[in-house]
Design a protein around this ligand. Structure first.
Ligand code: DX5
Ligand code: ZN
Length: 221
């Protein structure tokens, strides 16, 4: 089933509990939490305490996207805070295999993310270790950026490799995803669509999520 993961980055942080409830009742499949450190990306968001605060108010799986250098230093904190999926960027890990194994040891689902300019081969040797590959469709750091169509062939390449090896690995896309871009990424092989502004930018969150889901489902193979 195609999944929609609203990104809390676009929510109103001053009423986060209510925003979590709103997006949950609107039909979110998982919640995407963007952790930014001001080093790997030119923006700062929040850390494990915020993840723990969100955890108290929802049973939805928490998909924690670490856009931070030296992610190994914080894996345990995010695991304890209640993350279900912990996603690290390949560009931040000198020992990617070790980092992903550690996430699994902590009882969480490891995921690996690639920036738009990063070659897909960089994750082929760890595909058997992860539950999900996240392909960035914008340069990470901010919500509301324009989708980069050059990533679509990369989605196809990763999907083909996963199929060839008969692995159970989901493909997630993140950045500039909305009803207009969902079809192209899903037809290329995306299973999980992260959407920030396309969800929270609407009054009616349920309608926003349904529009994204329908645009994707329409072309799903
Ligand atoms: C960007 C983040 C995204 C962001 C997406 O660096 O990783 O998760 O919230 O926002 P939209 O959907 O507005 O592009
Ligand atoms: Zn993200």
């Amino acid at each position: 089933m195609l999944k929609v993961a609203p990104s809390l980055l676009a929510a109103d942080f001053s009423v986060l509990k209510a925003e979590v409830a709103r997006v949950e009742s609107a039909g979110a499949d998982l919640l995407h939490l963007d952790i930014m450190d001001g080093h790997f990306v030119p923006n700062i968001t929040f850390g494990p305490q915020m993840v723990a605060a969100v955890r108290k108010h929802t049973d939805l799986p928490l998909d924690v996207h670490l856009m931070i250098t030296e992610p190994d230093r914080y894996l345990e904190s995010f695991a304890k805070a209640g993350a279900d999926i912990i996603c690290v960027h390949v560009e931040t890990c000198s020992h990617l295999h070790r980092t992903l194994s550690r996430i699994r040891e902590l009882g969480k689902t490891p995921a690996v993310a690639l920036n738009p300019a990063t070659h897909p081969d960089t994750v082929f040797y760890v595909l058997d270790l992860v539950g999900m590959v996240l392909l960035m469709t914008v340069n990470p750091g901010f919500g509301g950026q324009e989708f980069i169509p050059a990533v679509v062939p990369k989605i196809r390449q990763v999907a083909a490799e996963i199929r060839r090896r008969r692995l159970d690995v989901a493909i997630e896309v993140d950045g500039g995803i909305g009803p207009e871009t969902a079809a192209s990424v899903v037809s290329a092989g995306a299973d999980v669509l992260v959407a920030g502004s396309a969800v929270f930018g609407h009054e009616d969150l349920k309608m926003a999520i349904n529009q994204i889901r329908q645009a994707g489902e329409g072309v799903r193979r």
